[in-house]
Write a protein that binds this ligand. Structure first.
Ligand code: NDP
Ligand code: TDO
Ligand code: MG
Length: 285
């Protein structure tokens, strides 16, 4: 089975290329710009691949507040155009979304069917993408994931290793709770879902995929420092003490049970992925 992937440099795109080898073609921004949805659809119309995975997105949460129209084209319009092009050819389309489509209320894990209510521009544009992919009506899986980490690209693990080497102490928000998700687990899931959708389009739908157990960013930082052997004291702060242009949801817990039920894929334990990331970075204690 051959895969066409949008995105080449990102965290998930990188892991997809590692797993997919010669059977996977990953398109860079220069080859397929999501700012030009029609060009992305044309790539799908011409592909000889058996499934399409979208691992590209506008992911700068704060900058999206000032660039919502561009973020909407990339996160909303382009996935819609891609999903319609894939549907026209009956190709499975696997797409990624985010915990930021929810408003973060309560303390229970959000289920797939719970009401959405994004707090910021990034979440609004990702929600628009979900709706467009579902409306295209082809075989598809949308995985809402959260707090993606890997040895490549920008993420919280790499930020903590950089800051932890420079400082003796950090203040980290402790009232946002969620599941850090290794990009390698997301990539494995995307490939498995594409294969299963080819055999059974009835598995189409929206799913949650986050690493467990749920933690606060502060506790996740402590786990990173402990496993990396970095001496840096983490103090808990509320989100109100870390002001940002975009408000983040406090409750980012995602109920992964449908992913287990339909695809047979268990919730990944982020401790394993974190160990792999630190080893790859040469930062494991
Ligand atoms: N990062 C996270 O914490 C989370 C991510 N997600 C979702 O998971 C998916 C993968 O995220 P992740 O791997 O972390 O993303 P990254 O931020 O690591 O990478 C984004 C990728 O998208 C590409 N891209 C951005 N704009 C365009 C464009 N106009 N045309 C073509 N490519 C573009 C980037 O390419 P370039 O190098 O050229 O900019 C890069 O390859 C996304 O859908 C994201 O919304 C969900 C929850 C959490
Ligand atoms: C560097 C630093 C961050 N923080 C906080 C800010 C923020 O709430 C949290 C994580 O920081 P980040 O910049 O990684 O947060 P953010 O970019 O909002 O991460 C999000 O990205 C998008 C793409 C998603 O889809 C989400 O699932 C989520 O991963 O840590 C501190 O409290 N202290 C610090 O010193
Ligand atoms: Mg970020």
């Amino acid at each position: 089975m051959k895969f066409l992937v949008f995105g080449q440099s990102g965290q998930v795109a990188h892991e997809l290329q590692r797993l997919g080898g010669d059977a996977l073609l990953a398109l860079s921004r220069a080859q397929a710009d999501l700012g030009d949805p029609g060009a992305c659809a044309a790539m799908i119309a011409a592909t000889d691949a058996d499934a399409v995975i979208n691992a590209a997105a506008y992911t700068a949460v704060d900058r999206a507040e000032e660039e919502e129209a561009l973020a909407l084209r990339i996160n909303g319009d382009a996935p819609g155009a891609m999903a319609r092009a894939a549907a026209a050819r009956g190709l499975p389309f696997v797409h990624l979304s985010t915990d930021y489509v929810f408003d973060g209320s309560g303390s229970q894990p959000f289920r797939v069917e719970d009401a959405t209510g994004p707090l910021g521009a990034y979440g609004r544009t990702k929600l628009a993408g979900e709706e467009a992919v579902r409306a295209a009506g082809g075989p598809h899986a949308i995985f809402r994931t959260s707090w993606v980490v890997s040895a490549h690209g920008n993420n919280f693990v790499k930020t903590m290793l950089r800051l932890g080497a420079e400082r003796d102490a950090l203040t980290i928000v402790a009232d946002q709770i969620g599941g850090p998700t290794p990009a390698a687990d997301i990539a494995r899931t995307c490939l498995a879902a594409a294969r299963q959708l080819r055999d059974d389009p009835g598995k189409s739908g929206t799913y949650h995929l986050s690493g467990g157990p749920d933690v606060s960013w502060a506790d996740f930082a402590r786990a990173i420092f402990e496993r990396a052997g970095v001496t840096c004291t983490v103090s808990d702060i509320p989100s109100s003490a870390y002001p940002n242009p975009a408000q983040r949801p406090l409750n980012s817990r995602l109920d992964n049970s449908r992913t287990q039920e339909i695809f047979g894929l268990p919730r990944p334990d982020w401790h394993d992925g974190l160990n792999d990331i630190l080893t790859e970075l040469g930062a494991a204690a």
